[in-house]
Design a protein around this ligand. Structure first.
Ligand code: CTP
Length: 401
């Protein structure tokens, strides 16, 4: 599987760097072409000589080596490759990657990379658990970087143990093989256009006030990311959220339900529509041009008019996507209410979730859903929102054939 694959290994300066020598050997045994870049501090742990002997290639390290830049250059080094593997990814190297710092050849190559990147973190368990490292890890994941490990076990420091060890060389090799296996799988939604709505809408009352719905956008964004992973071209129409854009997705930002409606119809045609946004059903019938002042006599009366129903309109339009999926956020009679929406909105599926306050669905990372369709109700176990998204996309892809 790895025969002829070009892998660039970036070796960070950590005590676990010696294990990467074994990774190089095993990747080579499997037919991969391996080149290596050492960070400056990696040279304190392994020598370019050893790495070069194992990889059978020249080893790179300095950004301003005139011969290297002429021969190959850091841009070419990171472009001319199928995969970049960073191991060990120290806390410091992860921090530099997360912030786009290009202060040496290794980090400049990562910033210039066009190839997919897998990192194998390795550090003391306290450094891994530190909020700064966790923040950097989340950022890197949001940038589309994959992780192998870290594993749990004893640390180099005597008497210390926890999560932070470099994964074993064979696990890293297995992770690399799994990456290529997945990359070469025919993508279930290749050539399809998937339209997703996510987040809340906000409906202004005056220049400073608005009404809105509770929604973090996490589930909708996860669906968009899953569709992109499945090879689809994805348009994500999102209300205001504070989470990052999913990788590989084109995002249209809107605020009001009417803007969302316009953006959805402007994005057609689509093969699949997943309407996960928490759209405001109503908007204030009048938007004051100036801030409404607090006056004697109490708060001003507010009256509302109904917003267009994006899902219902889409479900009944001539341009209806082949598959239309709606969400139903309910606090009572979840299944009965969702079944009503399935019919009323002309959807193929309704993903129903119980959003009563004790469930922790809002803003949380997990979701318990039921899937309603013409063929009945499927109850899914409580899953991470990413897993719900993957399953949903898998189900849709299967139905689409
Ligand atoms: N939806 C929409 N446009 C609206 C309202 C809702 O596209 N104006 C979509 C949501 O994105 C979701 C589904 O319709 O996919 C269900 O939304 P929900 O608010 O739960 O249903 P409503 O029809 O508004 O019913 P109710 O508020 O009575 O529960």
């Amino acid at each position: 599987m790895l025969a002829g694959k070009r892998i660039l290994i970036i070796i960070g300066g950590g005590i676990a760097a010696y294990k990467v020598l074994d990774v190089i050997r095993r990747l080579k045994e499997r037919g991969a072409e391996v080149r290596a870049i050492l960070t400056r501090s990696a040279k304190e742990f392994v020598t370019p000589m050893t790495v070069g002997a194992l990889s059978g290639e020249k080893v790179f390290s300095e950004l301003f080596d005139p011969t290297e830049e002429q021969d190959i250059g850091h841009i070419v080094l990171s472009r001319d490759t199928d995969l970049i593997l960073v191991a060990p990814a120290t806390a410091n190297l992860m921090a530099r990657m997360a912030n786009g710092i290009a202060d040496e050849l290794a980090t400049a190559s990562l910033l210039a990379a066009a190839a997919p990147i897998i990192i194998c973190p390795a550090m003391n368990q306290r450094m891994w658990a530190h909020p700064a490292t966790q923040r950097n890890a989340a950022r890197l994941a949001a940038d589309g970087i994959r992780f192998i490990g870290p594993a749990e076990g004893r640390m180099a420091e005597r008497g210390e143990a926890g999560v932070g060890r470099l994964s074993e060389p064979m696990e890293i090799v297995a992770g690399v093989e799994a990456f290529f296996a997945e990359a070469e799988q025919p993508k279930a939604l290749a050539g399809r256009h998937v339209l997703v709505t996510s987040g809340p809408t906000i409906e202004p009352i005056d220049p400073v006030r608005f009404i809105t719905n509770r929604s973090s956008g996490k589930q909708g964004h996860a669906v968009a990311a899953a569709a992109a992973r499945a090879g689809a071209r994805v348009t994500l129409v999102s209300g205001p959220v504070s989470i990052p854009d999913p990788p590989g997705v084109s995002v249209v930002r809107v605020e009001t339900a009417r803007e969302m409606f316009e953006a959805v119809f402007a994005a057609l045609p689509a093969d699949i529509a997943v309407m996960a946004a928490a759209v405001s059903d109503w908007r204030p019938s009048e938007v004051a041009g100036e801030k409404i002042k607090k006056v004697a006599g109490g708060p001003p009366p507010l009256s509302f008019i109904e917003n267009p129903d994006i899902l219902a309109t889409l479900g009944h339009t001539a341009q209806r996507p082949a598959i239309v999926v709606g969400f139903a956020a309910e606090t009572t009679n979840v299944e009965a209410n969702a079944a009503r929406k399935l019919a009323a909105k002309g959807a193929d599926y309704i993903v129903a979730n119980d959003v009563s306050p004790q469930g922790g669905v809002f803003g949380g990372d997990r979701n318990s859903v039921r899937i309603l369709s013409a063929s009945g109700v499927e109850v899914w176990p409580t899953l991470a929102k990413d897993e719900v998204a993957d399953r949903l996309i898998g189900m849709i892809a299967e139905r689409l054939g």
